[in-house]
Design a binder for this molecule. Structure first.
Ligand code: SF4
Ligand code: SF4
Length: 726
């Protein structure tokens, strides 16, 4: 009795210590939760966007000086951003435009800046309630995730990767979806204008005009070019023609190795945002007038010792072609000719010395040539020279021109719910999860066959647990938590809709599977086979047993009291969660899942010590955490009481004449009476292997013995003695 009391005190103390450590860690980690918020913005500020936005947020999104913000009217509220009296773009928040909510079911104030050509200038998460993000997601990952938004255009969101937020990827996906939806709406309403006729196919923008400097057009790829010194040119000739090959320039020029061999630039002029900026209104009108309907104008210019212009275009015998340049697209070559060309200079005020003007030709490309301005094409410079032996040779220098999106009319993207994309991208993982769930289902459907072969059962059990731990847990991070249960339960009150749950296909599918199996068989299907942390405990305990680590058996009466701890924790977390998600999130740290599964123990020391302590306890007391502390297990156990079936077989002798199964049950779920306590049972099927083992189960051993005796005596062969089952 004294020993029992002693054991009770030690185990209860251990439980209390571990729970306190977990909750304590959760409480201290509240500070973490605010990492992405603006300083001092721990509470939601409500009201119009103009009153909520902070000066530093504006600066992050539009760093220009003298920014003036003006509220817009009507739908999809946003702020116009004016710089020097010119409209530069818009600032908006997902909260105003789409009221996007996170996984916590609360909206986040997520600001984005949008330029007039549909580029996101960046995002600022000014306020949110996603405390799940604050824990376990390193700041560097969060920064990387947010930085992905700065490379986004309204059509392309591929640079935003929510999977960077391991353990909080649903929150990341909700943020991406909210920002994508809001940006699309602001673009449609305020930039495209809903009344305007919009294109359904991409087209060249021959009407839209925006002021750009030469520098801006070069930086954005509207004007491209290359520069070669004499040294560079000699190197290219020698690469192709061998040492001693040289370009067709004078001996004096050959000696000036650092002088300009050629600077060549080219641009497609047809969009006014390029052509009109470069040549001014009048010359641009002339250029367009030379174009055939739907034709194009391409500008090429150079300076230096060499040129793209020879005298070939003056020779009618060779078709007046410019033989030192050609255009290529998709395997087709286009030669430009003198009749297509006109010598027109770029406005000096526009380019200064930035662009060459010695030769400045504009070529009118007829539509019959079939050059598609929306697809990349190459401008290939052909430069003449000589081999060392003096034989003529040429080198070719290709430049790829890819018209930037800002000069195209692109269909306004129809907003497609983000989960559709996510499900398409996750098809492989969905398939693997489906295979795992099929495997677990088959274990139960065929359990009577499987458990008759101990070796096969052990292989299947360890195989599935290993896969659950390594793939489901460590690889894809699909570790269920009490917070998932809380989110489902509070969804009707927080407005968290189906779309939010669909943002993570693996959790969604797993959630449905858990709900179905809870209803059919109870919590054991999940806890026994699909919980990565449960698998980690069981596999580490199996290893401990192999290493002869002594196992502590807990007396039933003591065990019953300790079981209560997990139910208390479950009730506390769920109850508090209805009142405060933040507090529930803090309490949730009693679960070591994030540390041990989602972030692979790479976390602050107290969290790691806590998780390691639980695993260490599990080496001596199998599934220590599951049995006494796990609030998720407790909650599932409560919901699992509605189970319809009990497929675990018992014999009348169980508990009365034999207690082998009771001793073998890893979680002490078999009562001294022989009955199985299904609230605690993990459906591991160990007792079912014993049930069919005619070398271990005494009633079966006795029956076998009787059968052997009859066989020896030659009587009653083939007539089994009755073996009633429960
Ligand atoms: S009791 Fe908790 S840790 Fe154990 S298997 Fe169930 S959910 Fe996982
Ligand atoms: S041994 Fe039997 S009673 Fe114990 S957990 Fe496994 S299936 Fe349940």
């Amino acid at each position: 009795m004294t020993g029992l009391l002693h054991a009770f005190r030690r185990i209860a103390g251990l439980c209390a210590l571990l729970v306190a450590a977990g909750v304590g860690i959760g409480a201290t980690s509240e500070a973490w939760a605010q990492v992405q918020m603006r300083p001092g913005a721990t509470a939601f500020v409500t009201g119009d966007i103009i009153h909520r936005i902070k000066p530093e947020t504006v600066k992050d999104l539009f760093p220009d000086k003298d920014v003036v913000l003006k509220s817009t009217e009507g739908r999809n509220p946003a702020l116009e951003v004016h710089v020097g009296g010119v409209l530069k773009g818009y600032i908006f928040s997902t909260m105003d435009v789409v009221n996007a909510t996170g996984y916590a079911g609360k909206p986040f104030d997520f600001f984005g800046g949008l330029t007039l050509d549909g580029k996101l200038t960046g995002v600022v998460l000014q306020n949110h309630s996603e405390t799940i993000i604050g824990r376990g997601v390193p700041q560097q990952r969060m920064d990387e995730f947010l930085a992905g938004f700065a490379a986004v255009t309204i059509q392309r969101w591929g640079t935003v990767n929510p999977d960077l937020l391991a353990g909080a990827s649903i929150s990341g996906r909700a943020m991406k979806a909210g920002m994508q939806n809001a940006a699309t709406r602001v673009f449609t309403t305020h930039i495209v204008g809903e009344a305007e006729v919009v294109v359904t196919e991409p087209a060249l923008d021959r009407k839209g005009f925006a002021l750009y400097t030469a520098q801006e057009l070069i930086e954005r790829g509207s004007i491209i070019g290359m520069t070669l010194t004499v040294r560079d040119a000699i190197k290219l000739f020698e690469t192709k023609g061998g040492v001693g090959a040289w370009p067709d320039i004078s001996p004096q020029q050959m000696e000036r190795l650092d002088e300009l061999f050629i600077q060549f630039n080219t641009a497609l002029l047809s969009p006014p945002s390029i052509g009109q900026n470069m040549f001014g209104d009048e010359r641009y009108r002339e250029i367009v007038a030379r174009e055939a309907a739907n034709g194009l104008s391409i500008w090429m210019a150079d300076k230096g010792y060499s040129s793209f212009v020879s005298n070939s275009h003056l020779r009618s015998s060779t078709g007046n072609v410019f033989d030192q340049v050609r255009i290529e697209q998709g395997g087709t070559s286009f030669l430009v000719t003198a009749p297509q060309s006109a010598r027109i200079l770029v406005r000096a005020a526009f380019a200064g010395d930035l662009l060459p003007s010695r030769e400045s030709m504009v070529f009118a490309i007829p539509p019959t040539l079939g050059l598609d301005p929306l697809k990349p094409y190459k401008v290939v410079l052909i430069q003449p020279g000589f081999t060392k032996a003096g034989a003529p040779m040429t080198i070719e220098i290709p430049l790829t021109y890819d018209l930037p999106d800002m000069h195209k009319l692109l269909p306004v993207p129809v907003f497609v719910p983000a989960y559709i994309d996510i499900w398409q991208n996750e098809l492989v993982n969905i398939g693997i999860l489906a295979a795992l769930l099929v495997a677990v289902t088959l274990v139960f459907l065929l359990q009577d066959v499987l458990v008759k072969n101990r070796m096969a059962y052990n292989v299947v059990r360890v195989g599935i647990l290993g896969f659950t731990l390594v793939w489901l847990g460590w690889t894809v991070g699909a570790q269920f938590s009490i917070i998932n249960i809380l989110t489902y339960m509070t969804a009707p009150f927080t407005g968290t809709g189906l779309e939010t749950f669909l943002l993570d296909p693996l959790f969604f599918i797993l959630g449905i599977y858990i709900a179905i199996t809870l209803f059919l068989l109870g919590r054991g299907v999940f806890c026994g086979w699909l919980c990565p942390f449960g698998a980690l405990q069981e596999l580490s305990n199996k290893a401990a047993i192999l290493l002869r680590v002594p196992q502590i058996k807990i007396p039933p009466s003591l065990q019953e009291r300790l079981w209560a701890v997990k139910y208390v924790l479950a009730i506390a977390i769920i109850g508090i969660g209805f009142y405060s998600v933040d507090m529930a999130n803090a309490l949730e740290e009693v679960e070591p899942f994030k540390t041990a599964i989602n972030v692979y123990f790479i976390r602050e020391l107290p969290y790691v010590l806590y998780a390691v302590a639980l695993l260490a306890a599990g080496l001596f007391i199998e599934r220590f955490y599951c049995r006494f502390l796990c609030p998720l297990g407790g909650a599932l156990s409560v919901f699992g009481r509605i189970r319809m079936f009990k497929w675990l077989k018992r014999k009348p002798q169980c508990g009365t004449q034999c207690r082998i199964c009771e001793t073998d049950c890893p979680v002490g779920a078999i009562e001294p009476s022989g009955q199985i306590n299904m609230n605690e049972c993990l459906q591991c099927l160990d007792c079912q292997v014993d049930y069919y083992d005619d070398e271990k189960c005494p009633p079966l051993i006795a029956r076998k013995k009787r059968k052997d005796q009859r066989t020896e005596a030659g009587i009653g062969i083939g007539v089994p003695s009755p073996m009633p089952a429960e």
